[in-house]
Design a binder for this molecule. Structure first.
Ligand SMILES: [Fe+2]
Ligand SMILES: [Fe+2]
Length: 182
């Protein structure tokens, strides 16, 4: 059983959103002006799907479980992944704060938007690469099949709760909206 497959599949959806951010950055760099609504949808998508749904499952279920099992041996690696989640939240808040100024063509706000889009995308892309290629394979090796079963049960229960608060279709609609607005 592969415990990390659902998380890898979610990364594909998040990377799609990051692809739209890349297009938005390219356009701003050429002095074009993608609509304000694109960034509003993007902030909601990354906040609700990438952070409150995906990162939540990683941090509160997987990282917590591993930290207890390995008693400190993985603290550095888990700490750096948590730090990247946290710093991504800050970049996203800064993106959100610059949207109104950007819409009024305020050059300082446009620069801030560009800066935070780039930082957010770069950190999250590296983060996903490290999880997919280094961290998750290690998780698959470290956990016994019983532990995977246990963790999978927790994922299922928590996932139902998360989806009640934060329905998946809504997030996919936001992603779709980003594509249409770009
Ligand atoms: Fe993560
Ligand atoms: Fe992840």
């Amino acid at each position: 059983m592969k415990i990390t497959q659902a998380l890898i599949d979610e990364h594909i959806i998040i990377l799609k959103g990051l692809g739209f951010f890349k297009t938005a950055r390219d356009r701003i760099e050429k002095n074009q002006h993608p609509p304000k609504q694109f960034f509003q949808s993007a902030v909601s998508f990354f906040r609700y799907y990438a952070d409150q749904y995906h990162h939540y499952k990683e941090e509160f279920l997987m990282f917590g479980f591993l930290a207890r099992k390995k008693e400190g041996l993985l603290d550095l690696e888990i700490g750096s992944l948590r730090h990247q989640h946290e710093i991504g939240r800050q970049f996203l808040t800064n993106v959100e704060k610059s949207i109104n100024g950007y819409d009024m063509k305020n050059e300082i706000a446009i620069t801030s938007l560009l800066e935070n889009l780039a930082s957010f995308s770069s950190v999250l892309t590296r983060h996903i690469f490290r999880e997919d290629h280094l961290f998750f394979p290690m998780v698959e090796q470290e956990l016994s099949s019983n532990e995977k079963k246990m963790l999978m049960e927790q994922f299922k229960i928590e996932q139902q709760e998360l989806e009640k608060r934060n329905p998946l279709e809504k997030n996919l609609e936001l992603l779709d909206g980003m594509q249409k607005l770009m």
